[in-house]
Design a protein around this ligand. Sequence first.
Ligand code: MF3
Ligand code: CO
Length: 248
Amino acid sequence: MTILKSRREIEMMKDAGKISAQALGLVGEAVRVGITTGELDAIAKRFIEKSGAVPSFLGYGGYPATICASVNEQVVHGIPGSRVLMSGDIVSIDLGAIYKGYHGDNAKTYAVGQISKDAQRLIDVTEQAFYAGMDAFETGSRLQSISAAVQETAENAGFSVVRELVGHGIGQQLHEEPNVPNFVTGNKGPRLRVGMVLAIEPMINMGGKETYTLSDGWTVCTSDKSMSSHFEHTVALTENGPEILTKG
Ligand code: MF3
Ligand code: CO
C-alpha cells in the first residue's frame, strides 16, 4: 500500500531531503581528477553525521558504504573504495540520509575533467528525463505517465532505459510502495494523489538496456560496457503540484 504523507510529514521530509541534497552537493564539488571514490564517501559520511542524520544506505541489505559511486559503464550501486577518478570518467553519486525518522534520497552524475560530447549528452538527457517524469507527477494521472515520460525522453535521444532497477515510494522507509519504473509496463499503476512521495530516478544507458551485476554482489553494469547515467530526487505531490524535497 502506498503511504500518503501529511503536510507536516512532508515538511519533515524536507529536512532529510535538504541534508541529502547538501551532502550530494558537497560530494559533487569534490569530484575531480585524482580523487578516490572512497574519499568521496568519507566526505558524505562526515557531513551527514555532523548534520545529526544517519546515512540511509550504510548497512541497508548489508551495503557497506554511505554513497554509491558508479563509474562509466557502472549503472548504480558501485561500492566506493580505492578507485581513482580519471579525466573523461563520469561518476554517478547516489546517497540518502535519515533525519527525524524520514528518508531523503538523491543522485546525480558528474563529469570528471574533460568528458566526451556524447557523455555530456547522456548526462543532460538523464536530467531531462527526470524532469519530464516529475512534470507527469500530477493529481489524477496514473503512475505509468511518469514512466512513459521518462522512457520517451531517453529513447527519443537514442538512449535506453534500465529495466532491472526502478524508482520507489519513500518516507519512513527508504523503499516503500509503489515501484516507479522508468519504462512502460502492462500495469497502469496507481492513481497519483496529493501526499504521495516518490524517488523518481531514471537510469539511462548510452547503448543497450541490458545489465549484469559484478561478483561483489552490488555493482550493476551495462552488458555492452556503454556509459550509464543516473539522476534522482525525492519528490512530493502537493496541492500545488510536484515539489522536490531534496533541495540544498
Ligand atoms: N538510491 C538507491 C535506491 O533508490 C539506494 C541504493 S541501495 C543501497 O534504491 F543498498 F545501496 F542502499
Ligand atoms: Co532511490
